[in-house]
Design a binder for this molecule. Structure first.
Ligand code: E4P
Length: 219
């Protein structure tokens, strides 16, 4: 499973990209509202930091305007993927953009039927949201499983991009059930890095090596 980061924060993107683990980036209007700067400048900088798909979301609501905004975003950099919301207008805009070879990430997907529609319209990626299901007391991981299974036999080449990830368990479960990608908030990336036994093990190895060196100095 490929790992994307779900943020518009350039410092976090640069840090996590520096680990050599990033295959792409997703943003959305809420994430952009949390950082300074013009969205187009942020997209350009993200594309310099990460060599992979970078999702930029449209805010238009009607298909013609979605297509226009999507074409404008796609022209910013070859790695830009146009993010469109799941809706009849979004599907129609996806079909038009896909005909022009503009890649679309269909977002706010919650069910397998929605994912099948997005795939048939030509979406390159569908983004099922896990955490927002959990927020309303439902099992987001199980809904993701249905979507992955439903698209397995799809004739279209659509990647499942597990989104709205809230913790490392979501990442593990997405990988186990065969999602193609997980887009992960920076906070969860930092959690994934750590385990108390790893930290303890590093301390022990360092202390043992230093003790050995001290014995050598005495001899
Ligand atoms: C997907 O691409 C979205 O940006 C994101 O994963 C939404 O997550 P949230 O439910 O934490 O806002």
């Amino acid at each position: 499973m490929k790992l994307f980061v779900d943020t518009a924060d350039l410092n976090d993107i640069e840090t996590i990209a520096g680990w050599g683990v990033l295959d792409g980036v997703t943003t959305n209007p809420t994430l952009l509202s949390k950082v300074e700067g013009e969205p187009d400048d942020i997209y350009r900088r993200v594309c310099e930091l990460v060599n992979g798909p970078v999702s930029a979301e449209v805010v238009a609501e009607a298909r013609a305007e979605m297509v226009e905004e999507g074409r404008r975003l796609a022209a910013i950099h070859p790695n830009i993927v146009v993010k469109l919301p799941m809706s009849a207008e979004g599907l129609a805009a996806t079909a038009t953009l896909a005909e022009d070879d503009v890649r679309v990430n269909m977002t706010l997907v919650f069910t397998a039927p929605q994912a099948l529609l997005a795939s048939s319209a030509g979406a390159a990626f569908v983004s099922p949201f896990l955490g927002r299901y959990d927020d309303i007391g439902e099992n987001g991981v199980e809904r993701l499983r249905e979507i992955v299974e439903s698209l397995e036999t799809s004739l279209h080449d659509t990647e499942v991009l597990a989104a709205s990830i809230r913790n490392p368990v979501h990442v593990t479960e997405a990988a186990r059930m065969g999602a193609d990608i997980a887009t992960i908030p920076p906070k969860v990336f930092y959690q994934m890095l750590q385990h108390p036994l790893t930290a303890k093990g590093i301390d022990t190895f360092t202390q043992d090596f230093e003790a050995r060196r001290a014995r050598g100095a005495e001899a």
